[in-house]
Design a protein around this ligand. Structure first.
Ligand SMILES: *Cc1c(COP(=O)(O)O)cnc(C)c1O
Length: 390
């Protein structure tokens, strides 16, 4: 048996070995504390769950849903964008429901890339941008996210010939894994660049509502004329602790929204309507859970940073996301450091190399661990003698 080239071209799953290492330790009764989980540890707010229970009992929700999402869900997304970002969207033409944004990110390149085409992809990054490009038999061109550029890609560094050939650019701010945020000036530069080279911009806003210290993340659609060339992925997963429900949306340029809708009509049959009712409740119901979850992440962030400072680490507080992006001490690769910490303490940090070549030299800590467990983890690290050195 020979599998298709596109499957053979997929990069190996780096975390497979790590998962095995953690499973082995757990089998040996090691009390593992994992900072590797990019999934909220808190439950979905009660009023959202209750709405889903009510909806699931109504037989009207039991049939095939609409391919593009219920009008009331698309309208709730549009109203949210108006209120939150001052961006107006036509629920019929500029909003498409997704079975989680990951699904949309994975299918979007099918609308834009022919075999051999180029997509500009950030590195380090959420792996799906690159793999979805590869699955189209197109070529990802990596844009390094470097500390000296505040983890924003340097558009001037993109080869002119590559930029001319590129058809799609993926971006993600607030950023996973670096915790970086984009300025309005940067988004303006991106839109200008995209016009100049005729590139479609796909911005992943999965963490747009996870922010602290008064900082409010931007939508790329706030930039004038962005809608002519850009789309944005909006996810309910992180904001409302709904990762398991699978609901999100693509918004922005009508032609691309329509194209992805046509692809999806041939691939899936929509989102369970009870889940869409839960999504409407999340977007239009009380929002105090969002403030509470951000307060919780902020307390955890501050606790983690105070320990890191004690251990000599030079880290700036992240303004958004629930990730801390930590340089590894001198003399280690990210994988070596992650393994060393794990072997000595049972505490797991994700090696940055798992997010791309330019993630080397860093580990990612998720703030999805309780304050008690954070204290326990850093007590073990202190006792083990692990410290930062540059
Ligand atoms: C979690 C995450 C997603 C996935 O969101 P879903 O809507 O649950 O599919 C997308 N992008 C990034 C960067 C993420 O971290």
């Amino acid at each position: 048996m020979e599998l298709a080239q596109r499957v053979q071209n997929l990069p190996p799953y780096l975390f497979a070995e790590i998962d095995a290492m953690i499973a082995e330790a757990k089998a040996k009764k090691v009390d593992v504390i994992s900072f590797g989980i990019g999934d909220p540890d808190q439950p979905t707010p009660r009023h959202i769950v209750n709405k889903a229970i009510e909806a699931i009992q109504d037989p009207n929700t039991h049939s095939y849903p609409s391919y593009i999402g219920m009008y009331s869900f698309r309208k709730a997304i549009a109203d949210f964008y108006q209120k939150r970002f001052g961006v107006s969207l036509d629920p019929d033409k500029e909003v498409l429901a997704l079975i989680g944004t990951k699904e949309g990110i994975a299918h979007l390149p099918w609308c834009i890339l022919n075999p051999g085409d180029i997509a500009l992809v950030p590195d380090p990054a959420y792996p799906v941008y690159k793999t979805a490009t590869i699955l189209c038999n197109a070529t990802p061109y990596m844009m390094p996210l470097l500390k000296e550029n505040d983890f924003l890609p340097d558009l001037d560094e993109i080869d002119h010939q590559i930029a001319k050939k590129a058809k799609l650019m993926f971006l993600n701010y607030p950023n996973n894994p670096t915790g970086a945020v984009a300025t309005r000036e940067f988004f303006e530069e991106v839109i200008q660049f995209a016009y100049e080279y005729d590139i479609i911009v796909a911005h992943d806003a999965a963490y747009s509502e996870i922010a602290f210290d008064g900082y409010q993340p931007l939508s790329i659609l706030e930039i004038p004329r962005a809608k002519e060339i850009a789309v944005e992925f909006y996810s309910l997963s992180k904001t409302y602790n709904m990762t398991g429900w699978r609901i999100g949306a693509l918004v922005g340029n009508a032609e691309i929204v329509n194209a992805l809708g046509r692809i999806k009509t041939n691939v899936d049959s929509g989102i369970f309507e009870a889940v869409q009712y839960a999504g409407i409740e999340a977007l239009t119901g009380p929002q105090n859970s969002v403030d509470e979850i951000n307060d919780l992440y902020k307390r955890r962030r501050d606790l983690v940073l105070s320990y890191l400072k004690e251990l000599g680490w030079p880290v700036q507080p992240n303004k958004a996301t629930f990730y801390v992006w930590l340089p590894v001490p001198k003399g280690y690769t990210s994988e070596e450091f992650s393994k060393e910490v794990f072997k000595k303490t049972g505490v797991f940090f994700t090696p940055g190399i798992g997010y791309g070549k330019y993630g080397e030299g860093y580990v990612r800590l998720s703030l999805t661990v309780s304050e008690d467990r954070i204290k326990e983890a850093f007590q073990r690290i202190k006792d083990s003698g692990i410290r930062y050195s540059s």
